[in-house]
Design a protein around this ligand. Structure first.
Ligand SMILES: CC(C)(COP(=O)(O)OP(=O)(O)OC[C@H]1O[C@@H](n2cnc3c(N)ncnc32)[C@H](O)[C@@H]1OP(=O)(O)O)[C@@H](O)C(=O)NCCC(=O)NCCS
Length: 165
């Protein structure tokens, strides 16, 4: 059996084409779960935003060969909270990639001094809501129409728990 090696690394502008192909290859349901809208033909401005790293925005990719199979982003909003977004290709799920991507982002933002997380999730996205409840039990959930916003304190202890992946 061939084992595909997936590595996690920071995105660069050179990844724009591969990220565009990744987004275009997601099912409409997955696009909706991540972006709360279908993407249609993926816009260049969205791709640019998703590969742009700044002091307030960290972007990690899961990559196998030249193919992007996961994307995660942490952006500090105007209120100082870190907003997280993550998506993994259907064929690569439930093997720890989402956890590795989020863990990588959290290590960075904790080192940078962030102390609060904000996560916007569709109210119907039970898998992710349960994941948040299990991994961040202190999260307070605030319903907002068809989405739920989770607010959680961010501490170094959270990223020191070993991850079995
Ligand atoms: C959410 C998502 C990124 C998880 O990616 P993943 O690579 O499967 O993540 P992991 O393998 O690290 O699993 C994360 C958690 O979900 C659980 N999980 C993953 N797939 C599951 C499944 N099919 N059934 C039950 N639990 C599942 C894992 O057990 C894990 O929980 P644990 O840490 O308590 O064991 C992926 O499902 C996805 O892309 N969903 C669509 C986009 C989305 O909903 N994004 C979130 C809003 S921004």
């Amino acid at each position: 059996m061939i084992q595909t090696q997936v590595c996690i690394r920071t995105a660069t502008e050179a990844d724009a084409g591969a990220v565009r192909a990744f987004l275009a290859g997601l099912s409409p349901d997955t696009q909706y779960q991540r972006f709360f809208t279908g993407l249609g033909s993926v816009s260049p401005s969205l791709v640019r935003e998703l590969v742009t790293v700044t002091p307030r925005q960290r972007v990690l990719l899961a990559v196998t060969g030249t193919e992007v199979v996961g994307h995660a982003m942490a952006s500090t909003n105007a209120a100082g909270a870190v907003e997280l977004g993550v998506v993994v290709a259907a064929g690569y799920r439930h093997r720890g990639l989402g956890t590795r991507l989020i863990r990588g982002l959290l290590e960075h933002v904790v080192d940078a001094g962030a102390d609060r997380l904000q996560m916007d999730v569709l109210g119907e996205n039970e898998l992710v809501l349960e994941w948040i409840r299990r991994s961040l039990p202190e999260t307070l959930f605030e319903p907002d129409g068809y989405t739920v916003t989770g607010h959680a304190p961010l501490t170094r202890a959270m990223i020191e728990v070993p991850v079995a992946v």
